[in-house]
Design a protein around this ligand. Structure first.
Ligand SMILES: *Cc1c(COP(=O)(O)O)cnc(C)c1O
Length: 427
């Protein structure tokens, strides 16, 4: 049997579909965010990163770096084992207190990543509930889908942010059956926001539990960075709030916050929590420093929103196909995988601008896009340079542009209509 051939064939299939992924070899430069050094074919090039999920640049904040190095200097690098076998580093105890306070919950539990926190928590919750049905938004992240799958529970997928569809599904299940509604606050590829309060109303009416992924909102929304649920004043209505320490907080790790009983049950039953080494103390300490900073400082959030708005307006004026977004995420529609990759390559090679192409299966076919994430540290000059570069690339690849506009940004509308506004580009 030629085993290698199976793997080579699998890779060939991706090449044929023009969605083989290449990762840039980058070295970020602490203190000079959003610049990085890129290495390719033995050449070093300084580039500007426009697709980082270090949304606020906190991964390079001097206090966060200091917490990381100081703690590592004092306690060493690794955690020394799983919490089950080796105990809990004090840094994690403090981090969990900070997180419970952030979301105003009785408890918090930290995992080695946001992915693991979703996979472990959803699967454990749905296993512990007898005969549970999970109602899952169709655009939920892969980590939630894995958790649902692992639970073995029945699942019903509702149309994205569609309350009527969700309600009809809730109605179709016996009132006395356990129900879990799993959804996100900010959807990271479209930049739209879930109607959290209305979903909680439905949960109340039909006796369901709620599980909310706030990965793309924590640190960035709400007066203390508690996310969209904090902004909307509904944190107490959501049973489980999940987040990451790796995006706006600029570190690494994931977590849930919930009632004492839920946190203790997941701590006690989830293999993805129990059988893996804990976060390093330096990372926990860096994450806590970042969370504490963003609880009181609003400057980063305001500058991020301003720069996102400014970037959207500039794209709009240039006639580039901005997809409507209510948030800091700025998606630019390309419409096919090959053009998306070519556009990304040209931006990098000719303009020193790095925006990773987003292709299927991350987004549906025909909606391939460049996902731009302006941060507080992208200056107006960088935004101008980005627009100039994009216009050049759009012309060279003969991609669709509108007549340059002077009207304000397109308002977000529901479902497929968002996509229909911008027909897939040729080229
Ligand atoms: C990135 C992401 C995760 C996973 O978080 P990590 O900390 O990167 O593992 C979970 N949910 C959503 C919606 C995400 O985008």
């Amino acid at each position: 049997m030629d085993y290698q051939a199976f793997f080579a064939d699998a890779i060939d299939a991706l090449h044929n579909e023009k969605r083989y992924r290449v990762f840039a070899d980058l070295e970020r430069i602490a203190g000079r965010f959003p610049y990085a050094i890129r290495r390719a074919d033995g050449v070093e090039q300084e580039i500007v990163v426009w697709c980082s999920n270090d949304y606020l640049g906190m991964g390079q904040h001097p206090d966060v770096i200091a917490a990381f190095t100081e703690t590592a200097g004092r306690m060493g690098v690794g955690a020394g084992g799983t919490r089950n076998i080796s105990g809990t580093n004090h840094s994690i105890v403090e981090l969990e207190d900070e997180l419970a306070d952030l979301h105003d919950k009785e408890g918090a539990l930290v995992f080695t990543s946001g992915f693991i926190s979703n996979e472990a928590s959803i699967s454990t919750i749905a296993k512990l509930l007898p005969d549970c049905v999970i109602f899952s938004d169709e655009l939920n992240h892969a980590s939630m889908i894995e958790g649902i799958r692992r639970s073995g529970a029945q699942k019903m997928i509702f149309r994205h942010n569609d309350l009527d569809h969700l309600e009809s599904m809730l109605q179709s299940v016996a009132p006395d059956r356990a129900k879990l509604i799993a959804f996100e606050s900010v959807y990271s590829m479209d930049g739209d926001i879930a109607p959290i309060a209305k979903i909680c109303d439905l949960a109340d009416r039909y006796g369901a539990m709620t599980y909310l992924d706030e990965v793309h909102a924590v640190g960035m929304y709400g007066p203390r960075g508690g996310g969209i649920a904090e902004r909307d004043g509904v944190m107490d209505r959501v049973d489980v709030i999940e987040g990451t320490l790796a995006k706006a907080y600029g570190a690494m790790g994931g977590y849930i916050t919930a009632s004492r009983a839920i946190v203790d049950a997941i701590r006690s039953y989830a293999p993805g929590f129990i059988f893996t080494t804990a976060l390093p103390p330096g990372v926990a300490s860096a994450a806590r420093t970042s969370i504490r900073h963003l609880k009181t400082s609003d400057a980063e959030r305001q500058a991020q929103q301003r720069n996102a708005e400014r970037t959207k307006a500039a794209l709009q004026r240039a006639g580039l196909p901005l997809m409507p977004s209510e948030t800091h995420i700025v998606p630019l529609l390309v419409g096919d995988a090959e053009s998306c990759r070519l556009a990304s390559n040209l931006l990098l090679e000719e303009h020193g601008i790095y925006i990773q192409p987003i292709n299927y299966p991350t987004v549906p076919r025909g909606t391939e896009r460049l996902r731009i994430t302006p941060t507080p540290l992208h200056t107006d000059a960088l935004i101008d340079a980005l627009i100039t570069a994009l216009v050049d690339v759009w012309q060279r690849l003969d991609l669709d542009r509108h007549e340059p506009q002077t009207t304000p940004a397109v308002q977000a509308v529901g479902g497929n209509a968002r996509i229909a506004v911008f027909p897939p580009a040729g080229g």
